[in-house]
Design a protein around this ligand. Structure first.
Ligand code: GLN
Length: 268
């Protein structure tokens, strides 16, 4: 990892692709480039994540602008996004999708980019995050199919307009138990927004709110889809069962073979 990150920072400074470091092995950086490079290495050694230093992260083959007001997109989340894209592509007509807690916008923007029939309403409690998400939607050319709303989960969603309106609700909510945040890697616990990580005492607060809160906004038979943390899938299934409004609960695994996504259908 240190070598990879050093190469990423060097190519960032030179404005090159990383492979170009290898085909230009004899290039001698200027003093100014050298100074900038070692400045960034020093900054990285304080723990600041490389994505915040460079200001972007690749996700689903797209480039997402990030800063400290948003969670850095994780490749684990691609499992959830790919499923929603396939689900959308399997339908010919327009599909209305609600995303709760959009952060950088990586989920909403990727879905809109790959599924041209998807129209997305994406909410976040953070105005700073919404600014970044809007910027990402513009730069990926999907700004016209995503409506961003400033809201704490479902609170500001207009029931008259959006009651029974959505085919899908998707979310990668904060799911780390509060006490566990401080034992995460320093680059996560000290740099990424607490708001994007903290899932309450048992880490499951948002799943309870999403199970209850999505109901009035989903169509009958609508898809409820969330990312979950390690060991949380069966607990989220319990929450859905206790809620009593969902059928067809299923899980999707990530590349390491752990349950990463919980899916359910709102009963008809
Ligand atoms: N939707 C964003 C992501 O998946 C933000 C998630 C969050 O802040 N918990 O990266």
């Amino acid at each position: 990892m240190p070598r990879l990150e050093a190469e990423m920072l060097l190519s960032y400074i030179l404005g090159w692709e990383r492979y170009e470091l290898y085909i230009n092995r004899h290039y001698v950086p200027s003093d100014e480039q050298n100074d900038r490079f070692f400045g960034l290495i020093k900054l990285r050694s304080t723990g600041k994540p490389i994505q915040y230093i460079m200001g972007y992260k690749e996700f689903m083959g797209l480039r997402f602008y990030v800063d400290k007001s948003v969670l850095i997109p994780r490749c684990d989340t691609e499992v959830l996004v790919e499923h929603i894209i396939k689900h959308s592509q399997s339908r010919k007509d327009r599909i209305n999708i609600l995303e709760i807690g959009t952060g950088s916008g990586c989920i909403a923007v990727s879905i809109a980019y790959y599924a041209k029939n998807a129209y997305i309403t994406a909410v976040d409690i953070s105005k700073d995050a919404l600014k970044i998400a809007r910027q990402n939607a513009q730069s990926c050319g999907v700004g016209d199919r995503i409506n961003f709303i400033h809201s704490n989960i479902f609170e500001e969603l207009n029931r008259d307009r959006y009651g029974g309106y959505f085919d899908v609700m998707v979310s990668n909510p904060p799911y780390i138990p509060t006490e566990d945040i401080k034992i995460l890697e320093k680059q996560v616990s000290e740099y990424e927004p607490q708001l994007a990580l903290d899932g309450g005492i048992d880490g499951l607060n948002f799943y309870r709110m999403l199970a209850k809160g999505a109901r009035p906004f989903l169509k009958e038979g609508g898809l409820w889809a969330v990312e979950v943390g390690y060991n949380q899938s069966s607990k989220v299934r319990e929450i859905l069962k206790n809620n009593g409004s969902y059928d067809g609960i299923s899980f999707l695994k990530d590349l390491s073979g752990i349950d990463r996504v919980v899916l359910a259908l709102l009963e008809k």
